[in-house]
Write a protein that binds this ligand. Structure first.
Ligand code: HEC
Ligand code: HEC
Length: 358
């Protein structure tokens, strides 16, 4: 245990000064080879909003991660270039800096690596390669100046690594705590939660078993344990081919060669990364911060409201042979369900609060 702080320091430069407005969040992990700076953050913001980095000049990262929707898009599954849809819900980028792996199946180890993906995804930005971005920025006088200021390099030395470092730096500013829950729980302000939401917190931690995966620590809460679970959502898409698929994997066939629809492949979840059978249908525990602003829910956007999410868990999830043991019928009363929803609505940070009811 005593080694742990040193190990962490070896990996990250921990920002010591925690602003008060981030009540409830742990220190922000920042990779040593990509320290934050105001100029880099401004550059990252510009890159993230630039539509020129797409096949037809219409898509930027912000097309699917909209600031006024807490950096989601409000759609069940994301819509990319030429209106094409994928198979996954666009998750929030807010507090993504705290995840230990990125993407819903954890296939990227860092925000820097994550940002490489969408640009060359055929239904997202749909670029042929990353060189197209490098060409655009190195021919743009404004960008050239910014890259020189931030990285101290001339235009011809710009690489995609510099681009994704700046984007990741900007994303590390999208952190948000200080919700009514934080003021109640960590700030000891008993008036910050309604009675219903306060009862909901108790259900979240006990009868509902939610904090088993959506973790609340003693001095901060990310509402995720960064682990992967099969909670059943969307799994029925795999059922028709599951036996045959499992047999093929056991026979040593390459799962990538097995014929599956795009939807079915998506439902394999964590398995696509690890190729371990026990990981079939597992997805990373989602943070619940700002959850009232980021619907629809789940990796496939299949659940529209928080009331329906609570109903889903109350019924013990969608049965399947890989369903996690921590998902079981909860037998909540109507009042308890309402309280749990009231609690989930108390996780919205001030900057994502709007006057309209979410
Ligand atoms: C067409 C819509 C779309 C575009 C454009 C897009 N994203 Fe995403 N983003 C998604 C979807 C969908 C996912 C989840 C995909 C998955 O997990 O397989 C995602 C996942 C992410 C994640 C991981 C969040 C988590 O919970 O792990 C981050 C960070 C992110 N996007 C940032 C970006 C950046 C940076 C760009 C631009 C380079 C970008 N996105 C462009 C739709 C989009
Ligand atoms: C066994 C671990 C586990 C338990 C227990 C659990 N969850 Fe989850 N939760 C997850 C995982 C994993 C996801 C992501 C699933 C997906 O993307 O399909 C998730 C997703 C969610 C989402 C949607 C997040 C989003 O952005 O789409 C909500 C809301 C939620 N859980 C609330 C709860 C509540 C309330 C409880 C208790 C009644 C609970 N969870 C219990 C693991 C768990």
């Amino acid at each position: 245990m005593r080694m742990l702080p040193f190990l962490l320091l070896g990996l990250f430069f921990l920002e010591s000064a925690q602003a008060v407005e981030n009540l409830g969040l742990p220190p922000l992990p920042v990779p040593m080879d990509n320290p934050q700076s105001a100029e880099k953050i401004a550059l990252g913001r510009r890159l993230l909003n630039d539509r020129r980095f797409s096949g037809d000049g219409t898509i930027s990262c912000a097309s699917c991660h909209l600031p006024d929707k807490a950096f989601t898009d409000g759609l069940p599954v994301a819509r990319g270039i030429a209106g094409q849809t994928g198979t996954r819900n666009a998750p929030t980028v807010v507090n993504a800096a705290f995840y230990t792996s990125l993407f819903l199946d954890g296939r990227a180890p860092s925000l820097e690596k994550q940002a490489l993906g969408p640009f060359v995804n055929p239904i997202e930005h749909s670029l042929k390669n990353h060189q197209q971005i490098v060409d655009i920025v190195s021919q743009d006088a404004g960008y050239r100046k910014q890259f020189r200021n931030v990285f101290g390099i001339p235009g011809k030395a710009i690489t995609i690594d510099h681009v994704v470092k700046a984007i990741a730096s900007f994303e590390r500013t999208l952190i948000a705590g200080d919700s009514p829950f934080d003021r109640y729980y960590f700030g000891r302000d008993r008036s910050a939660l309604s009675d219903s939401a306060a009862r909901g917190l108790r259900i979240f931690r006990r009868k509902g078993n939610c904090s088993n995966c959506h973790e609340i620590s003693w001095n901060n809460a990310l509402f995720t344990d960064n682990q992967f679970y099969n909670i059943g959502t969307g799994f029925q898409r795999l059922q028709p081919v599951l036996d045959e698929f499992l047999q093929a994997v056991r026979d040593g066939r390459d799962p990538g060669e097995f014929e599956l629809t795009a939807w079915q492949r998506s439902e394999l979840g964590r398995f696509n990364v690890t190729r371990v059978i026990a990981d079939i249908g597992k997805f990373r525990t989602a943070t619940l911060r700002n959850i009232a602003r980021t619907g629809p829910y789940m990796h496939d956007g299949s659940i529209e409201t928080l009331e329906e999410v609570v109903e889903y868990y109350d019924q013990g999830g969608e049965k399947n042979r890989f369903l996690d043991a921590a998902i079981f019928p909860l037998h909540l009363t109507d009042q308890e369900k309402q309280d749990l929803v009231a609690f989930l609505r108390s996780l919205t940070s001030p900057q994502y609060q709007t006057s309209e009811r979410p």
